[in-house]
Design a protein around this ligand. Structure first.
Ligand SMILES: Nc1ncnc2c1ncn2[C@@H]1O[C@H](COP(=O)(O)OP(=O)(O)OP(=O)(O)O)[C@@H](O)[C@H]1O
Ligand SMILES: [Mg+2]
Length: 246
């Protein structure tokens, strides 16, 4: 099998790690029917790739066999951003267009239980490729081999791709940037996913500016005197996950 090495994300500080553990726990409590999950957002750069990749790693560390699929075909940056690969990789585009086989696009990582499929080249027709029977077959095949399949998609508030992908997923997670996305916009994305027949299992409120008013932030501030972590960390962005519903 092809091999790749995933880079550590330096922005993942203590508080984000803690929130990610909660996300993993909540996700696992969604039950055995939720195996394939799509991660999307309203606009770009809300943290979909970061959250979905960290969720995949976290599940793999807890002994679950995980496949991460980069299905953001319009912006195939995962290979360059998250790995130490210097050469061009073949990925989902090549698989869906019949130019590569399953084994050609499947990559093992340094995490024993985590495999991944990169997006590959940017195609002229992402919606047709993602809506094809080949994508459905890929998910069906992966379902038999993995405990969880995490699909990172393009922002649904901007392009329709995630809605097309959601038809073959069991559930979806919406990543929402705090103080940036209106309730109305987030609700429109939720409605769109539900219209495609995909259950929204939860939302992640990301990039939450940390404040010094809450009891816990005071506690972390105190602790940060003794060690640079938690809310006292210099990276003032946090991640909280919300409303995981069955
Ligand atoms: N909780 C966070 N705290 C700080 N930085 C974050 C957080 N989440 C994501 N980021 C940063 O925000 C930027 C965008 O994140 P990411 O690439 O994961 O978003 P995306 O939604 O996948 O974007 P795109 O729509 O372009 O694919 C990256 O630089 C990432 O490191
Ligand atoms: Mg992304």
């Amino acid at each position: 099998m092809n091999k790749t090495v995933l880079k550590e994300n330096e922005k993942i500080n203590y508080s984000i790690k803690e929130a990610l553990k909660t996300l993993r726990t909540n996700f696992m409590f969604c039950g055995p029917d939720i195996k394939t999950v799509l991660v999307t957002s309203c606009i770009n750069s809300e943290g979909k790739s970061t959250i979905s990749m960290e969720l995949a790693k976290s599940l793999a560390i807890s002994e679950k066999k995980v496949l991460f699929i980069d299905a953001d075909l319009r912006k195939s940056v995962m290979a360059s951003k998250c790995t130490e690969n210097s050469k061009k990789v073949v990925g989902l585009t090549e698989y869906l267009s019949g130019q590569a086989n399953y084994d050609d696009v499947l990559y093992a990582t340094q995490y024993e239980n985590l495999s991944l499929i990169f997006a590959g080249a940017v195609p002229p027709n992402p919606v047709e490729l993602l809506g094809s029977s080949k994508f459905k077959e890929l998910i069906e095949k992966a379902r038999n081999e993995y405990d969880y399949i995490i699909v990172d998609a393009a922002p649904l508030g901007m392009v329709i791709d995630a809605s097309v992908i959601s038809t073959v997923c069991d559930g979806s997670i919406i990543v929402i940037t705090a103080n940036e996305i209106s309730y109305k916009f987030a609700n429109e994305v939720k409605d769109q996913l539900e219209k495609s027949g995909c259950k929204v299992i939860g939302a992640v409120l990301n990039k939450v500016p940390t404040r010094s008013t809450s009891y816990y932030s005071k506690y972390y501030k105190k602790r940060s005197k003794y060690g640079d972590y938690g809310y006292g960390h210099q990276d003032k962005k946090s991640t909280r996950n919300k409303k995981f519903a069955k």
